[in-house]
Ligand binder design. Structure first.
Ligand code: SAM
Ligand code: DTB
Ligand code: SF4
Length: 340
């Protein structure tokens, strides 16, 4: 179903509690609202990126004190994936600070990593920059579940944030991902200094992608010292919640993923975001290069709210090799486990 920009604006402008109520209704009609998908990120190649994204610690245009790291070895990555699985994650996302994928040994190694993660029974995701259709097919063959490639902000605001690539190039990669039959994980960053119309425009573009993204990461800017956005004014938290609710209503089947920025967001606001339809988080003490809440914080919060981590699924069938039926890390011994 396509949505006009006026429809998206009308939704966005609803009284907040009505909007959250509608989003919670859409969430409950399409998902088990007690479930939270836990995902882990790993930066497999860090820093030295030739794009000029004004928010990013990894761009060569920004003066951050990040240590560059070359592409990790496959077995080191798989050891981290196994640890993430043991800690309760069902999705492992590998990020490389590349503007685009180049064919050759590095890409072949990433395909091996994807295969290894997928063979462990975890959903494998990567974010490697721009991708050709042929490269997307190779990742699909290796077992990739989803490719993360964000639109980040509105088309109108894009050149205030990134000038080394165009919005159309992002859309082209998303089309290549779709042609290879890989799910798209596509969302954006809030708090870049954009205005309300930019947030509405981003949500409109995301919801009109065909097919709609399987996963929609909502990042709140993590201000990084040495980037042009280090001192930008913080976005009001209710705007963040509003975007989550609108994303849930417009993309009812998607996983709405709270991504960067949770460390600075109170547990009450995170609970409100879950109410508004967010059903996935990144766990682990690090995102790619910035800090994330401790596992204890996340598991305590889920417990307080009566929520449970989602069990892993592969090809529509629950993976039972490890972990209990409830999906708790290490398992609790309960047997009930249904495929979605
Ligand atoms: N280089 C690839 C790309 O840009 O598509 C993949 C890695 S990039 C770090 C993945 C996403 O992380 C970006 O699209 C952006 O949404 C998010 N991100 C990066 N730095 C961030 C920051 N400081 N705060 C919030 N989100 C950020
Ligand atoms: C996404 O949208 N957010 C994640 C994931 N996709 C790769 C990355 C967040 C990165 C936050 C900044 C950092 O840690 O460098
Ligand atoms: Fe490079 Fe991605 Fe960072 Fe942009 S967001 S500088 S493309 S790593």
């Amino acid at each position: 179903m396509t949505h006009t920009i006026e429809e998206v604006r009308a939704l966005y402008k609803k009284p907040l509690l009505d909007l959250i109520y509608d989003a919670a209704t859409a969430h409950r009609a399409n998902h088990d609202h007690h479930e939270m998908q836990m995902c882990t990120l790993l930066s497999i190649k860090t820093g030295g990126c030739a794009e000029d994204c004004k928010y990013c610690s990894q761009s060569i245009y920004n003066n951050t004190d990040l240590e560059k790291e070359i592409l990790m070895k496959t077995d080191e990555v798989l050891a981290q994936a196994r640890a993430a699985k043991e800690a309760g994650s069902t999705r492992f996302c590998m990020g490389a600070a590349w503007p685009r994928v180049l064919d050759g040994r590095a890409f072949d190694r990433v395909c091996d990593m994807v295969k290894g993660v997928s063979d462990m029974g975890m959903e494998a995701c990567c974010t490697l920059g721009m991708l050709t259709e042929d490269q997307a097919h190779k990742l699909k063959e290796a077992g990739l579940t989803a490719y993360n490639h964000n639109l980040d902000t509105s088309e109108e605001f894009y050149d205030k944030i990134i000038t080394t690539r165009s919005y159309q190039e992002r859309l082209d990669t998303l089309a290549n991902v779709a042609k290879a039959g890989i799910s798209a994980c596509c969302g954006g960053i809030l708090g870049l200094g954009e205005d309300e119309d930019d947030r509405i425009s981003l949500l409109h573009t995301l919801s009109n992608l065909n097919p709609q993204p399987e996963s929609v990461p909502i990042n709140m800017l993590v201000p990084v010292e040495g980037t042009p956005l280090a001192k930008v004014e913080r976005l009001d938290i209710f705007e963040w919640i509003r975007c989550i609710a609108v994303a849930r209503i417009l993309m009812p089947k998607a996983m709405v993923r709270l991504s960067a920025g949770r460390l600075e967001i109170s547990k009450e606001a995170q609970a409100m975001a879950f109410m508004a339809g967010a059903n996935a988080i990144f766990t682990g003490e690090k995102l790619l290069t910035t800090a994330n809440p401790e596992a204890d914080f996340d598991y305590t919060l889920l417990g307080e709210l009566g929520m449970t981590p989602r069990v892993p699924y592969k090809d529509g069938v629950a993976v039972t090799e490890q972990g209990g039926g409830c999906g708790k890390p290490g398992g609790c011994g309960c047997a009930s486990q249904e495929a979605a």
